[in-house]
Design a protein around this ligand. Structure first.
Ligand code: PMP
Length: 458
């Protein structure tokens, strides 16, 4: 790759226009006040900004670019498809070759009986579609009163109104009230900060019991679906579910005739050391949503995948699934998804993520030598380092102690993109990250954490 050069004047103009003519997604006006960061190029796990500075991206460009940037096979896949047919919609009775090939491939790699795909452009749309699919499934089967959704606190499901209503972070919907009716919340299964105040050793899966209570209180026969991320995402710091929890949720759904939706937008495609996170616990949902790493970030794509049993509900004239999107399953996106899956299989990247996970766990746990490192959680290439005031009690650092942000900013100044969610540091690199790159990343953490402790007098 030849880096394109930008003069100082061009760089300034780009930054000025970014601030003047745009509103940025999930903006941080505090960070924006320090200036826009403008990226221009990428190669492997590295990304370059317009001034030519190079950064090791430990957050894989928002947990998408699992193959790393600038893979020739991915570019070739786009060009080859572009040469044939750049676009035709998957609409009415029309299909394109790559969308069919990708549907076949997904049926092959998805767990259990998840075999039928509905294609979209993003994770939010995939989840929105899953919610609609569950409702219409019940409607077609004569249960129109099943409209409610049980979601979990501390889970993020997207940015449309429907998925925002199911997102368990009140801060994200406080300015959008009232939310859609019927979204109700169960406690998360986060043993690191159990909302019920229980200890994992003898909790008896109180969070599962609490979910059943929510279902009973809401009248189970009015609930269409449970939506959850089997391994909650970066916003919650990847707390793995306790043993038996996901199996328990599956049983509750079966008991009450509720569909189970797993949102694997963030966790799908190898990151947990299995193709899909739910395979770590051998639990299969009725509907699974994927996006992000399905194309390794090269083009947008989201997919809602379900079983033939559910899909067959929509096969009769008059009961067609009532949803659609012009660009959903864009042929170029499907072509890169196929190329991505082929590379993942050829290079055994899922197995590689599992072994990276073992290495990361062993190496990250050495950070416990710093007393502010309270908890380290994760699997595969998805990890969170929670900084606390007291490891034993889990007491949080004071609200004015922006230690995570200090560490993030230090890393940025020293050539590394690190995501922090307050005082939780998130590490979610590409599946292709090398041991040398991991060691570079760890080296920076070893520098930044003690510097932060010194800075805040901890
Ligand atoms: N669900 C989860 C678990 C996610 O992590 C995200 C994106 N961060 C979404 C849904 C929404 O996906 P998108 O941003 O592609 O709409």
């Amino acid at each position: 790759m030849k880096l394109r050069k930008f003069t100082d004047k061009q760089q300034k103009q780009l930054k000025k226009s970014a601030m003047e003519y745009m509103l940025v997604h999930w903006a941080s006006n505090v960070d924006l006040a320090k200036g826009a960061k403008v990226f221009a190029a990428g190669e492997g796990c590295y990304i370059y900004d317009v001034s030519g500075d190079k950064y090791l991206d430990t957050f894989s460009s928002l947990i998408t670019t699992t193959l790393g940037h600038n893979r020739p096979e991915m570019k070739r896949a786009v060009m080859e498809q572009m040469d044939q047919l750049a676009f035709f919609p998957n609409y009415h009775d029309g299909f394109t070759v790559p969308i069919i090939k990708l549907a076949e491939k997904l049926a092959e790699i998805m767990p259990g009986k998840l075999e039928v795909s509905f294609f979209l452009n993003s994770g939010s749309e995939a989840n929105e579609t899953a919610l609609k699919m569950a409702r219409q499934y019940h409607w077609e089967n004569g249960w129109p009163h099943r409209y409610k959704v049980v979601a979990r606190k501390n889970s993020y499901h997207g940015t449309t109104l429907g998925t925002t209503a199911c997102t368990g972070f009140p801060a994200l919907n406080k300015c959008l009230q009232p939310m859609l009716p019927g979204c109700v919340f169960a406690p998360p299964a986060s043993c690191n900060a159990c909302e019920l105040g229980l200890k994992p050793a003898n909790c008896g899966l109180g969070c599962l019991k609490a979910m059943e209570k929510v279902m009973q209180w809401e009248h189970p026969e009015t609930i269409s679906a449970v939506i959850m991320d089997p391994l909650p995402g970066s916003n919650s710091g990847y707390p793995p579910p306790p043993a038996g929890y996901l199996q328990g949720v599956r049983k509750l759904c079966d008991k009450y005739g509720i569909l189970l939706i797993f949102d694997e937008v963030q966790t799908g495609f190898g990151k947990t050391g299995k193709w899909f996170a739910c395979q770590n616990w051998n639990v299969t949902p009725d509907i699974m949503t994927v996006s992000k790493a399905i194309t390794s970030g090269y083009l947008p794509l989201g997919v809602t995948v379900t079983t033939k049993k559910i899909a067959n509900t929509f096969r009769k004239p008059g009961s067609e699934f009532s949803s659609g999107s012009t660009y959903g399953g864009h042929p170029l996106s499907c072509a890169v998804a196929l190329a991505n899956i082929e590379i993942m299989q050829k290079e055994k990247l899922v197995e590689r993520a599992a072994s990276t996970g073992k290495y990361l766990k062993a190496e990250l746990e050495k950070l416990y030598k710093y007393k502010i490192v309270g908890d380290i959680r994760g699997m595969g290439t998805l990890w969170a380092i929670e900084l606390t005031a007291n490891r034993k009690t889990g007491a949080k650092l004071g609200p004015k102690l922006n230690v995570g942000t200090f560490i993030r900013d230090w890393c940025w100044k020293n050539g590394m993109i690190l995501r922090n969610n307050g005082n939780t540091l998130v590490i979610a690199p590409a599946l292709v990250i090398t041991r040398a790159e991991i060691d570079t990343m760890l080296g920076k953490l070893y520098q930044a954490i003690p510097l932060a402790m010194k800075h805040f007098g901890l």
